[in-house]
Design a protein around this ligand. Structure first.
Ligand code: ZN
Length: 351
């Protein structure tokens, strides 16, 4: 990491920071990862696929390359019977992120370590707090060894679990970004309103607090605004790019009456395609965040590079992928270029 590289907080104080997430869903769609267990073995099995997606997000304008260690934790590796891969997977994921971050054309991208919901936390079993601590500590230790710029703790539905993650991140000197995933009821599973939970995380030392996953832009923004009013630190918003609404505030139970061949479990997680937000919706979300003073802006499960580029352009940027941004003036039938043939342009409304 060069000395000229600015840190996360310096960048947030100056402007927005864009963070692309959604590696699990995108690599699943590409055929490198299995939905269900969602363990990122792709890091070891097909490192080029991970490198390539990091690179696409970077070209699309992500300021952060997040090491793909989401669900690369001890509990997930236990479920697939491969705990022996835990450390090599984490170390390799961190190396891949560092490698691609250096490819940024301007200033190197920020490299983030990542820890997440353990799926073992249970308030009815106090012993699970220490088990979570141990799981977070090993992953944060490997991230710190790799020299990451900051650590993300994300997708926590329990405030308490997020606090434990934060406690472990704070044992390093690294900035901590802690984001909650808010279920349909609008509260964390401990019963806290998102703004109150975020305030507690700020008081406990989080540098950036906010929300990721579960909810689309439409049902995330209002909560983010409440958080923005309640905390004084920077706020993060990384929704899933799906059209959630007041009736279905999360992406778990979206009905698709237009499809008669859905699996019994419904549209989540592998038949969400018809609800995908387009790039204009993600651009509008990014602008709304920025106007509301929310500066750490991104996308979670379902996000793809075109969403990230739309966010970057909405914030006035022109990342490398903007070289190929749409120019419909040259479309053979829908364009406006003077040289287009009237026989086609005049036919557009009947196509
Ligand atoms: Zn997500």
């Amino acid at each position: 990491m060069g000395e000229s590289k600015r840190g996360l907080l310096e960048r947030l104080n100056a402007d927005a920071v864009i963070c692309a997430e959604g590696y699990l869903f995108e690599l699943e769609r590409r055929g490198y990862l299995s939905a269900g267990a969602y363990v990122p073995e792709v890091v070891l099995d097909h490192p080029d696929a991970v490198r390539q997606l990091h690179r696409e997000f970077l070209r699309a304008g992500s300021d952060v390359i997040e090491a793909f260690t989401y669900y690369g934790h001890r509990e997930k590796l236990r479920i697939i019977g491969k705990e022996d891969l835990l450390e090599p997977l984490n170390r390799q994921a961190l190396e891949l992120a560092k490698e691609v971050a250096q490819e940024a054309t301007d200033e190197p991208a920020l490299v983030a370590g990542n820890i997440c919901n353990t799926n073992i936390y249970d308030p009815g079993e106090p012993g699970t707090e220490d088990s979570c601590r141990a799981m977070f500590a090993e992953q944060v230790g490997w991230a710190a060894d790799a020299g990451v710029d900051f650590v993300v703790g994300e997708t926590f539905t329990w405030t308490r679990e997020a606090e434990i993650a934060l406690e472990i991140i704070k044992q390093t000197d690294l900035p901590a970004v802690v984001t909650l995933a808010i279920p349909a009821e609008g509260k964390t599973r401990d019963g806290d309103l998102p703004a109150e939970a975020c305030r507690r995380l700020e008081d406990a030392g989080a540098d950036v607090v906010g929300l990721n996953c579960y909810r689309g832009p439409a049902t995330t923004l209002e909560l983010l605004e409440q958080i923005r009013e309640r905390v004084s630190c920077h706020v993060a918003g990384l929704p899933v790019p799906y059209r959630t609404n007041a009736e279905q505030p999360t992406f778990f139970h979206l009905p698709d009456p237009a499809c008669d061949c859905l699996p019994a479990e419904g549209t989540f997680p592998i038949a969400l395609d018809p609800f995908t937000c387009n790039r204009f919706e993600m651009a509008a979300f990014a602008r709304a965040c920025y106007d509301a003073g929310i500066r750490y802006i991104g996308v979670c499960c379902g996000g793809a590079p075109h969403h990230v580029r739309a966010i970057a352009e909405a914030l006035g940027r022109r990342p490398p992928a903007s070289r190929y941004s749409p120019d419909l003036t040259k479309h053979f039938a829908f364009g406006t270029d003077e040289s287009l043939k009237e026989v086609n342009v005049g036919y557009r409304d009947r196509m």
